[in-house]
Design a protein around this ligand. Structure first.
Ligand SMILES: Cc1ncc(COP(=O)(O)O)c(C=O)c1O
Length: 404
């Protein structure tokens, strides 16, 4: 299992000011106030994985379980929909859609950018491995905008269907995630749509920043729940976090927000990627953004991408302590173990959802890495089940046998 320690990791200390400018407590507070006001908002649970902790010889392991987030099945609901909302309000994104009151459902579109009997509603668009597109489509419906979502070929039919169910138009792109990103950007330019991307690229940084700020709401919930659930004599914040990486937006939000909140006491952060989609790992080795070297073929579909987000890298490049990759092999077994309660509290872990868990299992079993990142019987490890059964058929095929 390849891993590398980040030679550029910042020494212990407060969050550097230039990183606070990317996320920042003011932006976080505004996102939290907004997102908590949406219909159906509930903090997702923090589950204790006591069996896993004792099996791996660790003090405490917990997982923030995003499988129930807004009924969309992944943490991505927080970022994509918040991006839509901020664009609609014209808030600092330079891409505001005028003429909307900003209340959920205030200006209903029919999903294709046309309002019945009126002017066309502004349209938002993005590329997606499935979850971000669902979040943007859901946000567009909530705020009455049209949505067109570009999906690369590997995204399953079920995931496309879930996006259509919010009234969005789905466009299939014959290629990788990054081809879909490029086509969404081109078509947006030609049609006057607004791109709500979770990944940044040169000349396009502000909306991905807002999307990452949306994710920090999950991180804050986790810190609050940790304070309530960890035995106080053991300390109330995690010593380690394992974060699965796609373009790096999630990792930046977790690392950045914890850095702001916990300063020098922030946890050791380990980034986990599929070995076939290893852009952050390659970037960690090189000390600057690099593309993935693998063929991107992985069961962890939400993590499959060639390019990383340069904005996310600003945080991850000095905020992550280690990068590692995992193979598909262990994913199905962990999904079944999660569902069957073999790790502790049972939960619905999706293919990309349990990637961080697999990273922890592998790291804990590798004496050299375990030592390098200081994992031991006092460690308190926080994980993120970033998605549940976002493709129910696939989930059932993998886990369903547990029932019969
Ligand atoms: C379920 C799931 N987990 C993790 C990630 C990784 O997030 P990011 O691409 O911001 O690194 C994604 C991205 O789509 C995802 O869908």
């Amino acid at each position: 299992m390849p891993w590398t320690i980040n030679a550029n990791a910042a020494p212990p200390g407060p969050c550097p000011a230039h990183l606070e400018a990317i996320l920042g407590s003011g932006a976080h507070d505004a996102a939290r106030a907004e997102i908590e006001s949406w219909p159906g908002y509930e903090a997702t649970p923090l589950r204790s994985l006591h069996e896993m902790a004792s099996r791996l010889g660790l003090g405490w392991v917990g997982v923030k379980d995003e499988s129930g987030r807004f009924g969309l099945g992944s943490f991505k609901a927080l970022g994509g929909a918040y991006g839509v909302r901020q664009v609609m309000m014209g808030a600092d994104t330079g891409a505001g859609a005028r003429g909307f009151t900003g209340k959920p459902g205030s200006a209903r579109g029919d999903g294709s950018g046309n309002r019945r009997g009126g002017d066309p509603a502004p349209t938002v668009t993005c590329a997606s491995d499935g979850n971000h597109g669902r979040a943007v489509a859901w946000g567009a419906r909530m705020f009455g905008l049209g949505a067109v979502i570009y999906l690369p070929s590997h995204v399953t039919g079920m995931r496309a269907e879930a996006i259509r169910s919010f009234g969005a138009r789905v466009v299939r792109v014959d290629g990788e995630y990054d081809d879909a990103v490029a086509q969404a950007a081109r078509d947006a330019r030609d049609n006057g749509w607004t791109v709500i991307s979770d990944t940044s690229y040169p000349g396009y940084m502000e909306i991905p920043r807002v999307v990452m700020v949306g994710y920090t709401v999950m991180v804050e919930e986790a810190l609050k729940a940790l304070r309530a659930s960890l035995p106080t004599h053991q300390g109330s914040s995690p010593t380690h976090v394992f974060i699965q990486g796609g373009v790096g937006g999630l990792a930046a939000a977790v690392i950045g927000h914890m850095w702001e909140r916990l300063g020098p006491d922030r946890p050791v952060a380990v980034i986990v990627e599929p070995e076939t989609s290893d852009g952050l790992y390659q970037s960690g080795r090189a000390g600057e953004p690099r593309a993935a070297l693998g063929d991107l073929d992985t069961i962890m579909g939400g993590l499959s991408c060639r390019e990383i987000s340069p904005l996310a890298w600003e945080v991850v490049g000095i905020g992550a302590h280690a990068f590692m990759t995992v193979r598909d092999d262990g994913i199905a077994q962990l999904m079944r173990a999660a569902a069957g309660g073999e790790l502790g509290d049972p939960f619905e872990g999706g293919e990309s959802g349990v990637a961080g868990l697999l990273g922890l299992v592998e790291a804990a079993g590798d004496a050299e890495l375990r030592d390098a990142i200081g994992l031991d019987e006092r460690s308190r490890v926080l994980l993120f089940n970033t998605e549940g059964a976002t493709d129910p058929e696939l989930y059932e095929r993998i886990v369903g046998t547990a029932d019969g």
